[in-house]
Design a protein around this ligand. Sequence first.
Ligand SMILES: C[S@@+](CC[C@H](N)C(=O)[O-])C[C@H]1O[C@@H](n2cnc3c(N)ncnc32)[C@H](O)[C@@H]1O
Length: 252
Amino acid sequence: MKVEVVAGQFDDLDYEGFRKQAVENGLSRFERIGFPDSYRDGHEAAIFADIRAKLPALDGNGAVVLDIGAGCSDLPNMLITHCVSHGHRLALADSMEMLALLPDGEGVEKFAGRFPESADKIGAALGRADVILCYSVIQYTLADGILERFVDAALKLLADGGSMLIGDVPNVSMRKRFFASPAGRHFHRVFSGGNDIPVAGIGESEEGKVNDRVVLELLARARAAGAHAFVVPQADGLPMANRREDILIKRP
Ligand SMILES: C[S@@+](CC[C@H](N)C(=O)[O-])C[C@H]1O[C@@H](n2cnc3c(N)ncnc32)[C@H](O)[C@@H]1O
């Protein structure tokens, strides 16, 4: 039975909240990972293409790939199929409940438990990874109070020459800039079908949210740990490209 999704239902999720949603009756595979269907349904092939463009080692062969916070929608399924066909070794990290919704495959290993607590287990099994993907996850580690530990542990698992994409970062400062602009007002009118002006929230507190300061501190943190780090835009046309951005980290 399909249950009605209440506005704001997905706003305050943390690791435990996702664990519960993984087994809740009546949610779609997109709702289980915190998105209304319209944000992901039909868009995940384009999202995966953008991820591959930013992590070109995925299109090679025989790499060690780690997806932290894999979720259960079409995106990790695309990654699994892709990695199996390219002879990569793929490690998926998420809760046991979420991982149970994903298929197994040749060279695919599942690491149940919250990251970074699962990091030692992953490192012992894999060594270091050539590619790390962490898509639409970092905001929840902030809510859990583990952002810095999470990023430090992921950086330790990244091999020399490897790349890590911390993707789909909902930067509230970027969102405010967008909705205060003519393009943002136009977008809001088309989206709402009305003529009202969006509430950009300029001047409102950004406490507890990912904002410019958090993004830039992450870059500084990765750089101080010996990696190059860049903020990169999402491909035009992705559902949240106007208010989300990606962080690309490369170990020299
Ligand atoms: C919004 S979903 C994104 C799923 C997938 N990466 C995608 O973009 O389709 C966030 C996922 O991260 C997982 N997650 C959140 N915090 C985590 C943590 N500390 N360690 C491992 N997984 C985590 C959740 O269980 C959930 O599956």
